[in-house]
Design a protein around this ligand. Structure first.
Ligand code: ADP
Ligand code: MG
Length: 623
């Protein structure tokens, strides 16, 4: 008995809609992508009830002839590819010829279009109801295309039930439109929600892509956050593939310390298409390294441009995900581009020689006496810093702290430059310390707070890594009385894998029986009355980090990070010279604005912020 039959066209379209059209935002996405492919300069999106009752997308693009308008509603009808080979080099947003017939099969659909350039003066309007053509008539509107989608899923009640509250659906739409607006600054976008204007973004005239992006971001978000430019190119042919050409990465990323609790403000584009990709997400976090707190996400708008043959966009029904031919190369490149931009933020190339490296006292009051003569540099926890040869820093002049702080500069004088002039490049004057932890300072921009513990952790961390790079060990001090520790089998196993790294970092632990270890030295800066607790905590922290990076053998930098947590504790009182020293050291760090765990070391409140808080905005500052 034959049981197989071909499905009617209408059913096939509804099935396709099931994959491509998930919710009103998918309709918006498909329609806006079509407008972009049709070279629209202005696109207007109107929605009602979260797009459930209406989505209307109007553009001033190329428009369609009557024949094309009828054809575009057929499945697999597209003007964008011709052959299977074309799939290997897609330069348009669409290519499957599926969206319009799918959407028309699950809604009340009206297409009105008129060619921008063409012989036909008259336009065409087609009305479709749940996939059935109701009417085709002449249309007298302006050039371009307008598509109206009413009552999405009206004929599929089961699907309609799955739609969320209006607000949720419109949030999805707005998120997608934000991506488009960022990806296409030279296109104007108007967004209307339930008859109310949400935004009107004019086409950006600036031809320089980075400037255009900045302008668009400013128009969209107000742009009061510190963003750094990224601009790199990588040559595939060097490591990978002769044919593959070049990978360009450019855009803007949040400065160290700027982050979010979700990936919401992390925007990645591949050849103009907003995408999601796990490897790239990971590479971004890697690039930020210690400039990002655990569990936080970067803020960025980054564009990857590469030969279309290097990306497969045909791997996801909504084309949200892409696959790279050389994924490792691309993600490494992204990580490096980000890292470079973050490092460049603090580094200024100069001609003059950097000022003599200062010795830092690590202000430790040791609870134990060194028993062996300490190595020359290790006296009292000093580690000498030599700025790396290729990077020269200009530490800005620092005023000497005074007994009584001079009066604050009058609010008229500060520069209101909101550009990302790194804080550690402007002179800072120390005013005092609050809570034995926060150093209060002023700059000509306003108030600055320094978390002395976070700063100290950063300084130590970079010193340790530098030491390790130079194949030295971190200076340590012998304990008067070595401690014996007995651990659980699990802890003991784990500790065994970390012993080498720990001993290079000054934590002298050795195996002394199956689950017993002897602790005989600690790094100079570790101040702990209870050595045993220090080790147990260390194991716990390292294990937690190990779970996150999914490896038992941790990198020395992870171990160093953890060891640094036990540096000078928050409530050690520092003398003014010690604070100066710390600040000086911080200026010599490569990534001074965050502690190794990504927490900020400095917080700035500029005069504008202060005026806002005191309700002085718009007032004559002297009042
Ligand atoms: P695809 O975008 O994959 O080609 P669609 O079903 O989205 O498939 O669109 C089918 C065709 O209809 C497109 O290839 C294009 O030629 C035409 N089209 C759709 N929307 C527009 C528009 N806004 N302006 C001009 N032409 C359009
Ligand atoms: Mg399309």
């Amino acid at each position: 008995m034959n049981r197989i039959r071909l499905l009617p066209e209408q059913v096939a379209n509804q099935i396709a809609a099931g994959e491509v059209i998930e919710r009103p935002a998918s309709v918006v996405k498909e329609l806006v992508e079509n407008s972009l492919d049709a070279q629209a300069r202005r696109i207007t999106v109107e929605i009602q009830s979260g797009g459930k009752s209406l989505v209307r997308v109007t553009d001033d693009g190329l428009g369609m002839s009557r024949d094309d308008a009828l054809l575009c509603l057929e499945r697999h009808a597209t003007s964008k590819i011709r052959s299977a080979e074309d799939l290997n080099c897609i330069r348009t947003m669409g290519f499957r010829g599926e969206a319009l017939p799918s959407i028309a099969s699950v809604s009340r659909f009206t297409l009105s279009t008129r060619e921008r350039e063409g012989e036909q003066i008259e336009g065409t309007q087609i009305i479709i109801n749940g996939g059935k053509i109701i009417e085709v008539k002449a249309f007298g509107g302006t050039a371009g295309t307008s598509i109206e989608v009413r009552q999405l899923f009206f004929n599929l009640p089961a699907r309609r039930k799955f739609l969320r509250a209006d607000e949720t659906e419109s949030a999805h739409i707005q998120h997608y439109l934000t991506l488009c607006a960022l990806g296409f600054p030279r296109v104007g976008f108007t967004f209307l929600k339930d008859g109310r204007m949400v935004w009107q973004l004019h086409p950006v005239q600036n031809q320089e892509p980075m400037q255009a992006l900045k302008e668009r971001m400013q128009a969209l978000q107000g742009g009061n956050e510190k963003l750094l430019p990224v601009k790199e190119s990588f040559d595939f042919s060097r490591d990978e593939d002769e044919e593959a050409g070049e990978l360009k990465i450019w855009g803007l990323i949040g400065a160290p310390g700027v982050s979010r609790g979700s990936r919401e403000d992390q925007h990645l584009f591949v050849n103009g298409r907003p995408i999601e990709n796990r490897a790239l997400n990971f590479a971004l976090i890697e690039g930020y390294h210690t400039a990002l707190m655990k569990g936080r996400y970067p803020v960025c708008c980054l564009f990857l441009e590469l030969s279309p043959g290097e990306v497969d966009v045909n791997v996801h029904p909504a084309k949200r995900e892409v696959k790279f031919r050389h994924e490792r190369f691309v993600s490494n490149a992204l990580g490096n581009a980000v890292k470079k931009a973050l490092l460049a933020f603090h580094t200024v190339p100069v001609t003059q020689t950097p000022s003599a490296p200062a010795k830092v006292e690590l202000f430790i009051k040791h609870s134990v006496e060194p028993t062996t003569p300490p190595p020359p540099l290790a006296l009292r926890g000093e580690i000498e810093i030599t700025p790396p040869a290729q990077l020269a820093f200009v530490p800005p002049p620092v005023e000497q702290p005074q007994e009584r702080p001079a009066p604050l500069p009058t609010p008229q004088t500060p520069s209101r430059d909101e550009g990302p002039v790194p804080l550690l490049r402007v002179p800072l004057r120390i005013l005092g310390v609050v809570g034995k932890l926060y150093v209060v300072m002023e700059s000509d921009r306003g108030l600055v707070l320094l978390d002395q513990h976070a700063a100290h952790e950063r300084v130590l961390y970079e010193q340790m890594l530098r030491r390790l790079e130079q194949n030295g060990d971190v200076p340590s001090q012998r304990l008067l009385l070595p401690e014996t520790l007995e651990l659980s089998p699990k802890d003991a196993d784990f500790l065994n894998t970390q012993l080498t790294a720990l001993s290079r970092l000054g934590v002298g632990l050795s195996e002394f029986g199956e689950r017993t270890f002897i602790l005989d030295s600690l790094p100079l800066f570790v101040k702990c009355p209870d050595a045993r607790r220090f080790v147990v905590e260390l194991i716990d922290e390292l294990r937690a980090a190990g779970q996150a990076v999914n490896s038992m053998r941790l990198g020395e930098n992870v171990v160093a990070k953890t060891v640094c947590r036990h540096a000078v504790k928050a409530n050690d009182t520092l003398r003014p010279e010690e604070i100066e020293g710390l600040l000086h050291e911080l200026r010599h760090c490569q990534m001074p604005y965050t502690c190794p765990h990504g927490r900020p070391t400095l917080i700035e409140m500029n005069f504008r912020d202060l005026e806002k808080k005191f309700g002085r905005t718009g007032m004559n500052p002297g009042v």
